[in-house]
Design a protein around this ligand. Sequence first.
Ligand SMILES: O=c1ccn([C@@H]2O[C@H](COP(=O)(O)O)[C@@H](O)[C@H]2O)c(=O)[nH]1
Length: 272
Amino acid sequence: MTDGFGARLAEVVARRGPLCVGIDPHAPLLAAWGLGDDAAGVREFGLRVIDAAASRIGIVKPQISFFERHGSAGYAVLEELLAAARAAGLLVIADVKRGDVGSTVDAYGEAWLTPGTPLEADAMTAVAYQGFGSLDGVLARAAAAGKGVFVLAATSNPESAEVQTLRTASGETIAARMVAHAAEHGGNVGVVVGGTVELAAVGIDPDALRAVPVLGPGFGVQGARLADAPATFGAAIGSLLPSVSRSVLGAGPDGIGSAIDAAVAEVASWQR
Ligand SMILES: O=c1ccn([C@@H]2O[C@H](COP(=O)(O)O)[C@@H](O)[C@H]2O)c(=O)[nH]1
C-alpha cells in the first residue's frame, strides 16, 4: 500500500527538519548569480540550489512562474530539476497554484501528481476559489498516489484579506473554511498560511491548524521573521513548514549553503 503524503512528510520532517527552500529563479537573482536570464541560466541556478539543499534540508519548492517565463525550454529545465531533486532525496512541492472546474483541475493533478509523469512532484499547491469540491478529483488522485496538495487558505500577500477574511453564511472566514476542508483529509491535505498573517485577523484558530500540514511562505523579503513564527503560529507551530526563497537565494551561489544553514538553525531553535 502507498504511504499517505502526511506520513511521508512527517518522515522527512523528522529526519531533515521542516524548512522548505524555494527554487525561484527571478531575473535579478539570475543576474546576481552571474547567470543568463534564459533556460540555461535557470537550469544552472536550480541545480546549484538543489545541491546546496540536498545535504541540509528535506523540502524544496520550485515556483513554476519563473520557469514558464522561458516557455517550453523552461518547462524542460523544470522537468530535469524535478528529477534531480527527487534523486537527491528531496521532497518537492510544486508551487503551481492550480484551480479550475473539477474536470480541468483533475488534469493538472494528473500532470503534477502522477508517478512517472515528466512533471511529477510530491505535492502541488492549489486554489479552491471555484469551491473546495472542485478539487475533489485531484485530492482523490493525490491520495491514491501518496501525494499531497496544499490549498491556499491565508496567503502572505497584503492584498489577501480582501477575499480571504470574507465570512461564509455560517460565519467562518473563507480562510478558516479552507482549513476545515483540508482537515477532513487526515493530514494528507495541507494549507498555505503566510508567515506574515495574524491568525486571529483571518479567523483561523491555531488548534485547527494542528491537524494539517501548513506551508508557510512570507519569511524573509516579505517581512515575516523566522524567529517570530512560534508566536505567530502558537499551538500550530508543529505543523509549520516555513518556506524561504529570496532571503536565502539572495546570498548567491557561494553563500546559499550558509544562508540555508542559518535558517535551519533558526528553525531548530523553536519549541515545536
Ligand atoms: O501565500 C503565498 C503563497 C505562495 N508564495 C510563494 O512563496 C515564495 C515566496 O518567496 P520569497 O522570496 O521568500 O518571498 C514565492 O514563490 C511565492 O510565489 C507566497 O509568497 N505567498
